[in-house]
Design a protein around this ligand. Sequence first.
Ligand code: BMA
Length: 321
Amino acid sequence: MPDPAVRRFEGNPILTAGDVPYKATLVFNAGVTKYQGRYVMVFRNDYGTWGDPCLEGTNLGLAFSEDGLRWRVEAKPCFELKGPNITRAYDPRLTVLDGRVCMCFAVDTPHGLRGGIAVTDDFERFEVLCLSVPDNRNMVLFPEKIGGKYVRLERPFPVYSRGGGELFDIWLSDSPDLRYWGNSDVVLTTRDVPFCNAKIGPAAPPIKTAKGWLTTFHAVDIDPSRGKNGWEAAWKKRYTAGVMLLDLDEPRRVVGLCRRPLLAPEAPYETAGGFRNHVIFPCGTVLEQDGEVKIYYGAADTVICLATAHVDDLVRLCLEG
Ligand code: BMA
């Protein structure tokens, strides 16, 4: 059972395709942060025909909010990566670093999936700093340097070495300049997470607490008996959200892990009527001054939702195990 310390916002979903003033069909997986006094969200927009699993394209939309609850979407998308070797960019995560906003994103290419980082200070011009080799995605940046280095979590796809299937773990790398990444180590493996039988991946950028870096992740379980569960002929996966605590000085070290899902699909907007039902995919969190953590997540790959919890409760869950 997910933990009662986490509450869904009664106004969910907080953003849908109907709120977007340009072509939009599935509005989900959103990076959120506070920047220059307001909340900012960059969200994934897959556009095409409602109900048709072959969508036309993907861009990233931009929205602002004064309270983190009610959002105003800008007139046009803010980011679309196109090129001979790039199909699309998606699943943004935002981290304020050195006074600018860094955006991690996934990239589909004819040669595999890549993880990228871009930097902006106005959400109009983005400078792409790096794109990983395939296959990698779900990158998130820590909000400050640790031991003099920038640090990111990421999720490579080791298809030969893990005995088949989708047993993909969370890794960490560091960098002197946000462009060149190395010193990679595995941080959390699928074996460590009792509520998954397939891949895991970083969710939102870690939050600094006195007890460690509070770090959300997604976890996937596959049930071959699942059948039609959305727009596709079959969708056999379920995505839940988990939480762990990483050591403040050595974030490669897990110092706490909640052994139950933080959020599992149960609300109607998570379990029915979506493109892929039973998907909870957080990409953004905001820690408020009173200790409330706002957790923004894509639901059913179709809409954007919000859940809240007190930071102390989340830390306690990790330390209780
Ligand atoms: C992952 C990513 C996410 C998506 C999830 C569920 O592999 O593509 O963007 O939300 O699958 O479909």
